[in-house]
Design a protein around this ligand. Structure first.
Ligand code: PLP
Length: 368
């Protein structure tokens, strides 16, 4: 194993940025309830509002649209709970798929792109009285494949139909420019630990006029939209990471070339390679790739021994790898069990992708 392992599992979580650590260290120590009126409380409020400003800059929204939560999972759950009926897709994160009892799931094509015609048909079936109680929830970019969804088109369809539209932007945030205010999106979910902030903090963006009542009963924090004393240290870290991440968009554009070169090399030098979502627009950092005859679990372990950290298809939430609902709904069949997910992040460099390619070729010898 190499001395310093290479980390290519950023869609699971990204390394903490020093800007986040500094911001958290500064927030830690003095008693700090942002609702207190004394000077300690006012200082804490300042930290929260600076972080809100930084997050809003990265998301292209107004600071007032940012509601801090305990992460992407909570942000997704809050929005879905506001509506009686939800139209979503087969490739959403479990925190959307399992958050509502009345979820209608729209299929995706073999590249993992939501079937917009099927969505339009589903919308057409909703009568006028039901529309204010219906939510469309489609993610911006998939966590397993990086495939980007046509959310501008979907948001426009939703606006015309007078139906609220939510997008889980947890994976898109910080990697591509988000212009929330300029869009037709009603709500967006974000998570700090995917951009180099701490886990356990995130945000829900809420367009003015979109309904939102706190899921938790308690105090009036976050303008009555999310009860509970603010996670000051986490929020400070989120803000620190967001400030730093403003410069990342170009980094991810460059990474798309490193990722594409890696995939091209695998396809040219080895047989039995399949790349999922390659025919669709994708985030520049993600590759979902299968090597025929090699189970994902075996590959992940072999990579780990060789000093490269990747994951099997979906991130496993309890240490166990479960079959991927995303790849299955793309029609991957048994090959879904061979798919590994490679995902670069803010700290990834070209050499990491080159080493990844060398290790892959070493572990998988099947000739092209
Ligand atoms: N949505 C997507 C697309 C994700 O990838 C994740 C995390 O893996 C989440 C939501 C959940 O975010 P959090 O870990 O902040 O709860």
């Amino acid at each position: 194993m190499r001395k310093t392992p290479i980390y290519l599992d950023n869609n699971a979580t990204a390394p903490l940025r020093s800007s986040a650590v500094t911001a958290m260290n500064e927030a830690m120590g003095p008693p700090a309830n942002p609702s207190s009126v004394h000077s300690f409380g006012r200082n804490a409020r300042l930290i929260v509002e600076q972080a809100r400003e930084a997050v809003s800059m990265l998301a292209g929204c107004r600071p007032a649209d940012v509601v801090f939560t305990s992460g992407g999972t909570e942000a997704n759950n809050i929005v879905l709970a506001q509506y009686n009926h939800v139209i979503t897709s087969t490739i959403e994160h479990d925190s959307v798929r399992h958050a509502h009892d009345h979820c209608q799931q729209i299929a995706v094509d073999h590249n993992g792109v939501v079937d917009v015609a099927a969505l339009a048909a589903a919308i057409a079936h909703i009568d006028d009285a039901q529309r204010p109680h219906t939510l469309i929830s489609i993610m911006a970019a998939n966590n397993e494949t990086g495939v980007i969804q046509p959310i501008a088109e979907i948001a426009e369809m939703a606006r015309r139909a007078n139906i609220a539209f939510h997008s889980d932007m947890v994976q898109m945030f910080g990697k591509r420019r988000i212009e929330f205010t300029a869009s037709d999106i009603s709500y967006a979910s974000l998570s700090a630990h995917k951009i180099g902030g701490p886990a356990g903090v995130g945000a829900l963006l809420v367009r003015p006029g979109s309904r939102l009542s706190s899921l938790l009963r308690g105090g009036g924090q976050e303008q009555g939209r999310r009860a509970g004393t603010e996670n000051l240290v986490g929020i400070a870290g989120f803000g620190g990471a967001a400030e730093d991440a403003l410069g990342d968009i170009r980094h991810y554009q460059k990474m798309a070339k490193w990722r594409d070169d890696f995939e091209a090399r695998m396809l040219a030098e080895r047989g039995g390679i399949q790349i999922f979502g390659q025919g669709a627009p994708r985030l520049g950092n993600t590759s979902s790739i299968a090597a025929r005859g090699k189970s994902a679990e075996t590959m992940v372990m072999a990579f780990d021994i060789a000093g490269v950290a990747i994951s099997a298809g979906a991130a496993c939430s309890s240490g166990k790898v479960k079959s991927s609902h995303v790849l299955e709904s793309m029609g991957a069949g048994p090959r879904a069990g061979e798919a590994v997910r490679i995902s670069g992040g803010w700290a990834t460099c070209i050499k990491d992708f080159e080493t990844l390619a060398d290790v892959f070729l070493h572990l998988y010898k099947k000739p092209a």
